[in-house]
Write a protein that binds this ligand. Structure first.
Ligand SMILES: *[C@@H]1O[C@H](CO)[C@@H](O)[C@H](O)[C@H]1NC(C)=O
Ligand SMILES: *[C@@H]1O[C@H](CO)[C@@H](O)[C@H](O)[C@H]1NC(C)=O
Ligand SMILES: *[C@@H]1O[C@H](CO)[C@@H](O)[C@H](O)[C@H]1NC(C)=O
Ligand SMILES: *[C@@H]1O[C@H](CO)[C@@H](O)[C@H](O)[C@H]1NC(C)=O
Ligand SMILES: *[C@@H]1O[C@H](CO)[C@@H](O)[C@H](O)[C@H]1NC(C)=O
Ligand SMILES: *[C@@H]1O[C@H](CO)[C@@H](O)[C@H](O)[C@H]1NC(C)=O
Ligand SMILES: *[C@@H]1O[C@H](CO)[C@@H](O)[C@H](O)[C@H]1NC(C)=O
Ligand SMILES: *[C@@H]1O[C@H](CO)[C@@H](O)[C@H](O)[C@H]1NC(C)=O
Length: 849
């Protein structure tokens, strides 16, 4: 999901990492955590959560700012800090999620009067010392301009904050701190009747509130339990709006009627702590305040900050260290980019097992699948490589959600159903895991039932689950524009992108069916997976806004119920669409493609690239079109549908161009800087794109396929956490200035290997792939026999697709120029098939089931 304004997205020009400026440490035992920069994506719309969390942790502690882009809590865009809260999502668009239950510390109040402090977050917001920010795995800290230093660490359900106060407060008096706890959330969604109580003796604060999910339906209740340690308790009380009292200990507060939840909460005051820290331990729960307290007591019994921090670091080290690289010669920024991307894949989804109030079950419960439309493309596939045991638990959770809610989610956050963006893409996650042998505790028969439910049954409300238009889908073989659908309801837009996504969902379901021996179903869903062809209009042209012909013909188009064509400009909702009337997201006036153009969706046939290539007029024309997509800025890498297009050259027998395109985007568009992400990280989707790309294997998600490009390091090793076998990809002739990025030859476990893809057994069986690199494109991986699997048959491939290797100019110098980098004239394939779609589709002789 990208809630960037597609029309005004400026091309990111941040460029870092002039190659090989400084040599990186080569110590194989170096701590990988030193390479994690959590602040990547903390400004410029990356919306990452840069604070303290465990892998998949529910407690996520950070300073929140009042930035307009504070979806991840903290930002480095110069906004002020409003407090320190306990739960977050990462990288999301939509409204900010969570940010629940905010602490705010004062060294003292004016006149030493509780009413001398500001309570509402609008009035208490304060700048911080930019140079004081420290964000490392399991840790976050900064110093407010008041001189109060705050740092924090976490366990699974508990945050531990440490406040150090200056000797004197802002009024020149000896510090006598007040720490308040606000019943707030980032998007001010709190509903009626939130409550808070403070225990007069111990200062323990408990409370709860009902809040709204940030991109979904319904509401949820969250609870907390805060205990303090380290200072001598002075007194305590509650506040409502801007006034406070030590005489009152309990509060139930309205949302009020003015659209803004009334500020309310509790506070604790301390006598002067001197140099001592005041620690605040905040347990969170979605079950009860009692459970929040017991979580906190069990996880951080003695307020030991260093031990908690050390345990968090160990948890991260254990998760990340299965991946090791040779750092020889490589600029440190590349190493940081890689490991930080890996880190971000394990911030969301979040493990809420034991915290689900919605149903009783022994299955794991994960939340913050935010959203699966984003995650399926590379994030969950990346976790399948690095952390398959957790992927198994996520899949079990998705299946259990189907059992208890009736549907697999397409998006889920804060115990609520999130909005669907296109297809039922949990099918892709399940299929990807199934094909890669993830089985640990998964009832695949039940999983299959869940995906068939998506394919066969239309939900009443398909804006939250499943698919709409299934009658048309089954009878007409496409989702019509302005469908007649009286069985279920959702936003009647995106007919083209929904048709494409449903087609792929059905292909993935067919593969699970085949694996489970359901051969009739496999045939049925394979048939439906070809529905995309019904929206391909052979003679559709595409013109730029200035009237110039793009020169390409044959595009998907909307089609009415009566089978006649509608029309959508193939460039509408593209990155170069400047029409102010283009509406491209979930609005009910939205386009027939979601968050992108027909141009980009043209490539979204992940299962049948062979037939698509034929429709486009053969491999040469396909490559020319793919180059045009990237070089003309039609696609934007800051949104997930662009990911696979970087590597789809493989299917046209041009793996060298995928490697070149990968270096075109990394680090030019994915830089290891605060502003370095091109769009919302989307729970770590962008992070996984960087990690897979730099590792040299990019998945076609939902298939047992990784497309091979040279890693950005001399070698990359991944030890399978279950089998303990180590898979290694090694570059011979590795060049850290990235001029030798073309595979000349390869061996797999010592034997020549010419296929340009590999399957998941590479990881589970710990194979070794050795790539010999050169500075020119070679014939490696270019023949039909070398190409990844495709439903249809590859046609139109000559015997010497890329023999004219020297033709490829290696002109890219990381100087940000996007033009003149890619060859527009392809090696001679004998004829120009650019507009020969009909001919080639007929010639394709596709397998039909
Ligand atoms: C704070 O420092 C970071 C670098 O650590 C920088 O990217 C950011 O622009 C700075 N913010 C402000 C408001 O100066
Ligand atoms: C809030 O509490 C009041 C008083 O008990 C009650 O009348 C009201 O219905 C409650 N509101 C909600 C939304 O539950
Ligand atoms: C394009 O093809 C359609 C049939 O698919 C036909 O009705 C239409 O006339 C053609 N348009 C042009 C401009 O050739
Ligand atoms: C029209 O726009 C395209 C894309 O920006 C550009 O390449 C082309 O030169 C323009 N043509 C004219 C006549 O301005
Ligand atoms: C099909 O339906 C569309 C939309 O209602 C209409 O504009 C078009 O004229 C119809 N075509 C035919 C052949 O009836
Ligand atoms: C993998 O290694 C770990 C730790 O060394 C060990 O406990 C485990 O038994 C090993 N698993 C297998 C399948 O060898
Ligand atoms: C393997 O490839 C190398 C060079 O790429 C070639 O010289 C050799 O003959 C090949 N071996 C086999 C068995 O094909
Ligand atoms: C490749 O070359 C062989 C022999 O020269 C020829 O028989 C075959 O038809 C060619 N294949 C293609 C796809 O051109």
């Amino acid at each position: 999901m990208a809630f960037i304004n597609l029309l005004s997205t400026a091309v990111l020009s941040v460029l870092v990492g002039q190659a090989a400026a400084t040599a990186a440490p080569t110590d194989a035992n170096a701590d990988v955590l030193q390479y994690v920069n959590q602040l990547i994506g903390s400004s410029n719309g990356g919306n990452v959560f840069p604070g303290a969390t465990l892998p998949y942790g529910m407690a996520k502690a950070v300073a929140d700012t009042n930035s307009g882009s504070n979806q991840g809590g903290f930002t480095t865009d110069g906004s002020d800090v409003t407090g320190f809260s306990n739960m977050h999502d990462s990288g999301t668009g939509g409204s900010p999620s969570l940010g629940l239950f905010s602490l705010f510390p004062y060294a003292g109040c004016a006149g030493d009067d509780v009413n001398g402090c500001a309570y509402p977050k609008k009035t208490r917001a304060i700048p911080f010392d930019n140079s004081s920010v420290v964000a490392t795995p399991g840790y976050f800290g900064l110093t407010l301009n008041s001189g109060v230093k705050a740092d924090m660490t976490v366990t699974q359900h508990t945050s531990l904050f440490r406040f150090n106060f200056p000797a004197k407060d802002s009024y020149g008096q000896v510090s006598k701190p007040l720490v308040l706890m606000d019943l707030t959330d980032l998007s001010d969604s709190r509903q009626d009747n939130a409550t808070v109580s403070v225990d007069a003796e111990t200062g323990r604060i408990t409370g709860n509130g009902r809040f709204l999910p940030s991109f979904g339906s319904g509401s949820y209740v969250a609870y907390f339990c805060a205990d303090f340690s380290g200072g001598k308790l002075r007194d305590n009380g509650i506040f409502a709006n801007s006034r406070a009292s030590t005489a009152v200990k309990d509060l139930t507060i309205s949302r009020s009627i003015n659209g803004y939840p009334l500020p309310g909460g509790a506070f604790v005051r301390f006598d002067s702590p001197g140099d001592a820290s005041i620690l605040a331990r905040v347990g969170v729960s979605l079950i009860s305040s009692d459970q929040a307290c017991s979580n906190a007591e069990a996880e951080i019994p003695s307020f030991d900050f260093d031990a908690t921090h050390t345990a968090a670091e160990s948890a991260w080290r254990e998760k990340i260290s299965p991946i090791s690289i040779s750092t020889t010669g490589v600029d440190n920024s590349f190493i940081v980019n890689f490991y930080s991307g890996i880190y971000r894949t394990m911030v969301n989804p979040q493990d809420y097992t034991g915290e689900n109030p919605l149903w009783q079950s022994d299955e794991p419960y994960f939340d913050s699948f935010y959203c699966i439309w984003d995650l399926f493309r590379s994030q969950t596939p990346f976790l399948t490589v690095l952390d398959p045991a957790t992927v198994a638990r996520m899949v079990r959770s998705l299946i259990d959600t189907y059992v208890h809610e009736g549907w697999l989610p397409d998006c889920r956050m804060s115990l609520c159903k999130g909005y669907t963006q296109g297809g039922s893409n949990a099918d892709n996650i399940l299929g990807d895991a199934y094909l890669k042998g993830i089985s640990d505790g998964i009832d695949w028969k039940l999983g299959y039932e869940a995906v068939v439910n998506d394919a066969e049954n239309e939900p009443y409300d398909w804006s939250n689950e499943g698919r709409g238009g299934l009658d048309s889908w089954k009878s007409l073989g496409y989702i019509p524009v302005q469908d007649f659908d009286y069985k279920g309801f959702g936003t009647m837009t995106r007919s083209v992108s929904r048709t494409l996504e449903y087609s792929y969902n059905d292909f993935v379901i067919a593969q699970i069916a085949a694996g489970l021996g359901e051969s009739n179903d496999a045939e049925k869903y394979t048939g439906r997976s070809e529905n995309w062809e019904n929206l391909f209009k052979q003679n559709q042209t595409s013109f730029f806004a200035n009237g110039t012909d793009t020169g390409f013909q044959g595009f998907f188009q909307p089609k009415y119920l009566n089978q006649s064509w509608g029309f959508q400009d193939p460039l509408k909702c593209s990155n170069i669409d400047t029409n102010p009337n283009s509406v491209c997201s979930l609005q009910n006036t939205g386009a027939e493609t979601f968050e992108s153009s027909i141009w980009e969706y043209s490539f979204f046939v992940p299962h049948d690239q062979a037939t698509l290539i034929a429709y486009f007029g053969g491999p040469s024309a396909y490559v020319e079109r793919l180059n045009f997509l990237h070089d003309q800025d039609i696609t934007y890498i800051g949104n997930e549908p662009a990911f696979l297009t970087v590597f789809q050259y493989h299917y046209a027998g041009r793996p060298a161009l995928s490697a070149l395109r990968s270096h075109f985007y990394i680090p030019g568009f994915f830089a290891p800087t605060d502003a370095g992400l091109p769009g919302n990280d989307d729970s770590g989707a962008m992070g996984s794109f960087v990690a897979f790309s730099m590792m040299g294997l990019f998945p076609n998600p939902g298939q047992n396929v990784y497309l091979i490009t040279p890693p950005y390091f001399e070698s990359v090793s991944i030890t399978h956490p279950v089998t303990n076998k180590t898979a290694t990809i090694r570059n011979v002739n590795f060049d850290p200035t990235y001029k030798n990025i073309y595979i000349q030859s390869a061996t797999l476990d010592g034997k020549n290997y010419t296929k340009n893809w590999i399957d998941h057994s590479f990881f589970t069986e710990g194979k070794e792939l050795v790539l010999t690199l050169g500075s020119l494109e070679s014939s490696w991986g270019t023949t039909v026999a070398d190409l990844p699997p495709s439903l249809g048959t590859y046609v139109g491939f000559g015997n010497s697709t890329t023999k004219s290797a020297g033709h490829l100019r290696r002109a890219m110098t990381f100087d940000g120029h996007r033009d003149s980098v890619f060859p527009n004239t392809m090696p001679d394939l004998g004829r120009d098939f650019k507009t020969g779609g009909a001919y080639w589709a007929e010639a394709a002789g596709k397998r039909r089931m």
